[in-house]
Design a protein around this ligand. Structure first.
Ligand SMILES: Cc1cc2nc3c(=O)[nH]c(=O)nc-3n(C[C@H](O)[C@H](O)[C@H](O)COP(=O)(O)O)c2cc1C
Length: 185
């Protein structure tokens, strides 16, 4: 069983730490895990060019690091997405990622990759509006549904302005690990 974590934290901060602990929980339960730091990759925005939906084509026209990430997603049994809240929604790299997933769908919106994956979401913010983080989980779970990913839960924490502040929240890290374990069940 493979669990792929994708962190959208540009500073490898709090949301990434939660992803890492979800992965730890999965690894301790026997899964093979991998963390991808999306902001370290070269991934361009979707151009809406239609290449991926044109007859004879089965992938994106943009040849960048997303091509490798499509393969990693395809071979994973579970995906963990982790993002910080910026201005009440996910930060921009997370949207770039989602838009580029379009190329994983056939013209009739059937899947080009294997489905039946589990999804866990990790979100952090500097204030306290848990609703913003729940909304993000709801959005990612809805989008994940297009790709056959079943939402298994959200781990989130507010009041985290400083990088790595979440590392002081031992209970939250444990909660993340518990969520990781559920991905293996
Ligand atoms: C550009 C920017 C916008 C932000 N907007 C919000 C916001 O709307 N609400 C909030 O609670 N925190 C906001 N924050 C704080 C981050 O969500 C918070 O520090 C989070 O833990 C960062 O995650 P990271 O450490 O993984 O990067 C913002 C931070 C930045 C840099």
């Amino acid at each position: 069983m493979k669990v792929l974590g994708i962190s959208f934290s540009p500073r490898n901060g709090n949301s990434q730490a939660l992803v890492e602990h979800v992965l730890k929980g999965a690894k301790d339960a026997g899964a093979e895990t991998e963390l991808v730091r999306f902001c370290d990759l070269q991934v361009k925005n979707c151009k809406g060019c239609g290449f991926c939906k044109a007859p004879g084509n089965d992938t994106c026209s943009i040849k960048d690091d997303m091509q490798d990430l499509y393969k990693k997603i395809d071979s994973a049994d579970a995906i963990v997405l982790g993002a910080p809240v910026y201005f009440g929604r996910m930060n921009a790299p997370a949207y770039t990622f989602i838009d580029r997933l379009y190329a994983m769908l056939n013209p009739d919106f059937s899947l080009r990759i294997s489905g039946g994956k589990k999804l866990a979401v990790a979100v952090t913010c500097g204030g306290g509006p848990v609703e913003d983080m729940e909304k993000i989980n709801g959005y990612l779970t809805t989008i994940g549904g297009f790709f056959g990913w079943t939402g298994k839960g959200l781990v989130c924490e507010g009041n985290l302005m400083e990088k790595d502040a979440v590392l002081k929240c031992a209970d939250k890290l444990k909660e993340a690990e518990k969520l990781g374990k559920t991905l293996t069940e």
